[in-house]
Design a protein around this ligand. Structure first.
Ligand code: ME8
Length: 654
């Protein structure tokens, strides 16, 4: 028997799971179920990535220890998956003891093979990415290409992985194995990266003096492992490497990620595996971003979609279908509730739901809700059987090649063709004519084809497919999977037992009636809520004369940026002033004095992000220099800081 192992990235524990996380994990679930349909023994892994600077900062911002923080957020991820119909086999956490053991064994092996060395290195460190950049990797302005912030130049002694040694071999492997990274555009991107010569050895340690929340290096207790080197190893720690039997059974696996983490998966990870003498993964499947109102989801834009809430409102299977149908794997796609409703009404209620509803009610009327026996097949019937076989072959091919949207599109050709077949054969007319043989054949053809549709849909819409099968007189999920052989199913136009009892009616997907105004309100979402809040505020704030009209140039001359408060204390000479040290991603924090002591205790500000004007000339206030001005809102009676929803330090306020 063949085995199949699929993984999602393990999610960075700093937020609640969003639509992007949901998509990757649902795709992995679909693939796992598809391979189970093929009769393969599958293992599906997901989990959370819990070490590194960002966790420490986020935990501090929450007044929690890193461990308490990761326990809480990791549970939030784990609890979401059943809501999305996701049935993973293992949930790995990088703070698991087994993971720590595997990482240390892996490091030791690579070290013993001479692929880790100690050296002094000066590099451009981006705190957002938690990694060093080489000069060539920075953008033309010398900024981190991901965060567009100025990295800090750090020179320290560290351990390095001889990644450069494996790059020529990796390029050759990718050239020789066209489906190793797919779709092709990402394969080309990685080959270009390898050809550019910008990649060097990888710094894989952090001194404990700077970061202690990590896995200790087995060969130097003063250092912890770089978070990416640690996190990637989850794919084998979850299988118990080096001694767990699951490793021998399921590795190598197929990885699913979005384009943001292409490089660590396509370059670091294969080089690490090669150095440790382990087989490479089979495929790296890379998808694009879900965009909401044309932008990548981010808290600061207020366009983050909560997948749990969408499932509760529209149904889990409808949501899964939409995600798989709407995104062409590899390219970006847009999410909106309007588009979701359109798909539910057109594809699920009209095409699929209608087919089931009309055929089952005809079977109730004309053959007592029992599967009829077929008689002589005519050309039209044979065309349906042929279309079924073609669609199932397409479906298998496209799903194996992660082209889910195309697979579903092809399946819907069949669903639409079946509706047309109903219209053309007009069973009601056959009944009127008393042509029972032909009527039985037509209904049998329809019910057989509907069963094939249900079979294909099981990976994408498991609960609905199960209902469909039960309505067709078939047994439930587990029993069903035991006897189904997908390849045989594609070849043979049969599968129903004459006489088996059918459901009397079916209402799989009721149409969603959305009144125009309500839809407007839904799609405006946060915008509407913002307006309501504004209306309340407008009522409270007394009208003040507006300031004189100003030039945009005056505004854009100000350098307003976001930074995290690292320390806060009272000004020794001025009661009303707090002395803050704020990290704006510039390397050294700035000292800024702010007259907000009446409204904030210093400890309330530590870990919070604030906005400040940075390009005023430094000013001395009672003996201390202030290198900027923190922005606040309010009046003489109360001033509150302007804060933002976690963006990288140094981000400009525009
Ligand atoms: O990168 N559209 O975790 P992460 C589609 N911990 N998918 C999206 C998305 C979007 N707008 N935003 C995020 C990490 N994703 C590391 C991984 S693995 C060894 C360590 C999905 O929480 C997508 O799968 O930032 C992406 O690869 C992943 O979330 C990144 O999740």
């Amino acid at each position: 028997m063949k085995n199949f192992f699929v993984t999602t990235p393990i999610y960075y524990v700093n937020a609640s799971p969003h639509l992007g996380h949901a998509y990757t994990t649902i795709v992995a679930d679909v693939l796992a179920r598809y391979h189970r349909l093929l009769g393969e023994e599958t293992f599906f892994l997901t989990g959370t990535d819990e070490h590194g600077d960002k966790i420490v900062q986020a935990a501090a911002g929450n007044n929690q220890s890193p461990q308490a923080f990761v326990d809480e957020v990791s549970a939030r991820f784990r609890n979401l998956w059943p809501v999305l119909g996701v049935a993973h086999d293992r949930f790995v956490r990088t703070t698991d003891l087994q993971h720590v053991r595997t990482v240390q064994a892996f490091l030791q092996r690579v070290y013993d093979r001479g692929d880790i060395y100690f050296g002094e290195f000066g590099g451009h460190y981006c705190y957002g990415c938690e990694r060093f950049y080489t000069e060539k990797e920075l953008n033309d302005d010398g900024l981190c290409p991901q965060h567009l912030t100025k990295p800090e130049f750090i020179c320290e002694k560290n351990y390095f992985f001889r990644m450069s040694k494996y790059l020529p071999w990796l390029a050759e492997h990718i050239e020789k194995n066209p489906s190793f990274i797919r779709p092709e555009r990402y394969r080309n991107e990685v080959l270009a990266m390898l050809e550019s010569g910008a990649l060097e050895d990888l710094c894989i340690s952090r001194p404990k003096s700077r970061l202690s929340w990590g896995i200790e290096l087995p060969f130097d207790a003063d250092y912890v492992c770089y978070v990416w080197f640690d996190a990637l190893i989850n794919y084998i720690s979850a299988l118990g490497w080096p001694d767990g039997e699951d490793f021998g059974r399921f590795w190598p696996g197929e990885h699913l990620v979005a384009k943001d983490i292409l490089k660590p998966h396509a370059v670091f990870w294969p080089a690490m595996l090669k150095s440790a003498g382990l087989p490479l993964f089979t495929h790296l499947d890379v998808h694009g971003y879900w965009l909401v109102r044309d932008a990548k989801m981010s808290k600061s834009l207020g366009n983050v979609i909560d997948p749990g809430e969408i499932c509760r409102r529209f149904g889990t299977d409808a949501f899964r279908y939409f995600l798989l149908r709407e995104m062409h794997f590899g390219a970006d796609a847009g999410f909106s509730e309007d588009a979701l409703v359109v798909r539910i009404n057109a594809d699920l209620a009209n095409d699929l739901g209608n087919l089931f509803s009309r055929v089952l009610s005809m079977a109730a009327k004309y053959c007592d809700s029992r599967v009829p026996s077929p008689h002589v097949l005519e050309d039209d019937d044979r065309s349906v059987a042929e279309l079924c076989a073609t669609v199932m072959h397409n479906f298998a091919q496209t799903f194996a090649a992660v082209q889910f949207s195309q697979g579903l599109e092809s399946l819907w050709e069949l669903v639409r063709a079946l509706n047309k077949y109903v219209d053309a054969q007009a069973p009601w007319a056959l009944h009127k004519k008393g042509d029972t043989e032909r009527l039985s054949t037509v209904l049998h053809v329809l019910l057989t084809a509907m069963r094939k549709v249900a079979l294909c849909l099981w990976p994408v819409m498991p609960a609905t497919a199960q209902t469909m099968l039960e309505q067709l007189g078939q047994s439930a999920e587990e029993g069903f999977l035991r006897f189904v052989d997908f390849s045989v199913e594609a070849e043979t136009f049969s599968g129903l037992e004459p006489g088996a009892s059918l459901a009397v009616t079916s209402n799989l997907f009721p149409r969603i009636e959305v009144k125009k105004e309500e839809r407007k309100k839904n799609s405006a979402g946060n915008k509407e809520r913002g307006k309501e809040a504004k209306a309340v505020d407008d009522a409270k704030v007394p009208a003040v004369p507006a300031k004189a009209q100003a030039d945009f140039d005056h505004f854009s001359a100000l350098d307003v940026r976001v930074g995290t408060v690292l320390t806060a204390g009272k000004h020794p000479q001025a009661d009303r002033i707090l002395r803050l040290e704020i990290d704006f991603g510039e390397g050294t924090p700035r000292q800024i004095l702010s007259g907000i002591a009446a409204w904030y205790a210093p400890e309330d500000l530590v870990g919070r992000q604030v906005c400040a004007v940075l390009n005023f000339a430094p000013r001395k206030i009672r003996g201390l220099v202030s290198e900027g001005m923190v922005l606040t809102a309010g009046d003489d009676t109360c001033q509150k800081i302007l804060t933002v929803d976690s963006v990288p330090n140094g981000s400009s306020v525009n």
